[in-house]
Every structure is written in C-alpha cells, then in structure tokens.
Design a protein. Structure first.
Length: 265
C-alpha cells in the first residue's frame, strides 16, 4: 500500500490498538482462582487524564544525558523493568509514576522481584510475551499479598499483537513474529493516557552508544537495534509519527507524540 503520513499513522494507531489492562470481571479471568487479586478498575480509570508524560527508555545513551530535571517536570513518568533512579537522578530523574515490567523480571530469580525495593515505587504494569512457558500467577499473587496497597496491572495480551500488526502493516519487509519491546508497548500505553508524550532515548541522540543500559556496564548493539523484538521497525514507525524536531532527537534524544485524546481523526 501507500506509505502513510505521520498524522495518518497516528490515527490508524489510535483506531487499531486497545492498550487495556485486565480487570477481575473480564473473561476468561473472572473464573480463575487468582481473579480476586486483579484490579477492579482499569489503569486509565485509576490514573485519570494526564497532561504531560515522560517515557524513559533504559538506553545506554541516557548515561550523562543530564535530563533528570526535564524528565521529572512531567505529570507522570514511565520506566521499564529493572531500570533504577537511585544514583542516576541527574541523568534520568527520580520520579516513577509507573513501571512496565516484562515476565522475565517476574519469573527469573536474579531480579529478586518479590524482595527488591526497586519495584515498590509507583504503579506496576506487567506484560507477558506469549507464548511463554512460566506460570506467573503464583508470582503475581505473592507480590499482591506482600504489597496489597500497590496497584499492579497486567496488560491485555491482545494489545501486543494489535501493535505488532500495526508495525508490520506499515513496513515493506516481513518483521520477526515476536511482540514489540516494552519501550514500544509503554509508549503507546502512555499515548492512551496522556495529552502529550515525550519519549527519551528511544530514537538515539548524539550520545548513541553500544552501551546497552545507562545502569550497567554491558555493551551490545542489539539493545538499541533489536534481535528478538522488532526494535528497528518500531523505531522507524515512531520516527514517522514524531511531532518534535530532528534537533530534539539529536540533542535530547526526545520524541514528541500526541496522546490519542489530542488527535482529530
Ligand atoms: O532492556 P530493556 O528491554 O529492559 O529496556 C527497556 C526498553 O528500553 C528501550 N531500549 C533499551 C536499551 C537500548 N539500548 N535501547 C532502547 O531503545 C527498548 O524499547 C526496551 O524495550 C524489554 O523490552 O522488556 C527488554 O527487557 C530486557 C530484560 O528482559 C529486562 O531488562 C529485565 O532484565 C531484554 N533483555 C534480555 O532479555 C537480555 C530486552 O531484550 C528487552
């Protein structure tokens, strides 16, 4: 088909994806024993309408970015997986409104999901790249029992594949049949919750580096370009939807996306 413009891509995205979270009244979950631990309301009902939001990727190029003040000035800040703020405040800020975690974080022992204090700030949102063999219900219920006051949402699995299709339908080549990265899922989730979304170091700035994460001494180009996740294609789509300047990308590593509510489609 024809290559869509940025505004067309934004409207198509809004029309095609439902970034919903599971609630205890949904089928088939409503018949499961763990349903009582699921939230009774959706994430969007919980947060209400947000004005400005920041999505902070874990990219190594945030190292020495000095974006902390700018990031913290948003109404809500989304972070990913095991990304810390302690010790990195000047670069990435200290506010964490939400944390989007993949099932590896919940299932693998080295993340100490149940005991680490990293996960107890802000709201949690988990997602699972199905098909995945670990049973996460036990971990979910355990965590909920230990942190009954902390909201803990789960992304509806259909959202990953709606977003995957949106990426594939706008690419000339076939992309790998794996779900989009947490960064992409989180960006679109925030577009459904906020009027304006700034995404940091998803499209790499002049600080682009082989360093995988700003918080680890580990180098791998695949962290930025992708292997399992169709990262390169996700980033291409985000670049085409960006409403900020190329200068903002180069100097700040910042992309500006309108929230779904702000679109006139
Ligand atoms: O690395 P990860 O991602 O936690 O990073 C979060 C999001 O930031 C964006 N990113 C990260 C590094 C980089 N150099 N450039 C980037 O653009 C990506 O959008 C990324 O999604 C994930 O997506 O959930 C992922 O999780 C890790 C890992 O499971 C967690 O960090 C927990 O340890 C995956 N790494 C491995 O499996 C080894 C990664 O592939 C995807």
């Amino acid at each position: 088909g024809r290559r869509l413009t940025g505004p067309e891509l934004l409207c198509q995205l809004k029309a095609r994806v439902q970034p919903d979270t599971l609630t205890r009244d949904m089928q088939p979950f409503s018949s499961q024993a763990w349903r009582d631990q699921l939230p009774s309301h959706s994430l969007s009902a919980h947060l209400g309408a947000l004005n400005s939001c920041a999505v902070v990727t874990s990219a190594g190029s945030l190292h020495r970015a000095a974006l902390g003040k700018e990031i913290d000035s948003h109404d809500a800040v989304l972070r990913f997986n095991a990304a810390p703020t302690a010790g990195y405040e000047n670069d990435v800020g200290s506010k964490t409104t939400l944390r989007l975690i993949n099932s590896q974080v919940m299932a693998t022992k080295d993340h100490k999901f149940l005991s680490s204090s990293l996960y107890s700030t802000g709201l949690l949102v988990a997602w699972d790249p199905a098909p995945y063999s670990a049973d996460l219900r036990e971990q979910y219920v355990q965590y909920r029992l230990q942190h009954p006051a902390q909201p803990f949402y789960i992304l509806h699995p259909r959202f990953e594949w709606q977003l995957w299709e949106q990426i594939q339908d706008n690419m000339a080549e076939s992309i790998q049949r794996n779900p989009p990265s947490s960064g992409m899922l989180g960006t679109v989730l925030m577009m459904s919750l906020c009027d304006t979304v700034h995404v940091y170091e998803y499209l790499p700035s002049k600080r682009k580096t082989k360093l995988c994460h700003y918080y680890q001494r580990f180098h791998d180009d695949a962290c930025t370009l992708g292997a399992y996740h169709p990262l390169l294609y996700e980033k291409n789509l985000v670049k085409r939807m960006n409403q900020g300047s190329d200068r903002d990308i180069y100097t700040l590593g910042r992309v500006t996306l309108p929230g779904f509510r702000s679109l006139n489609c």
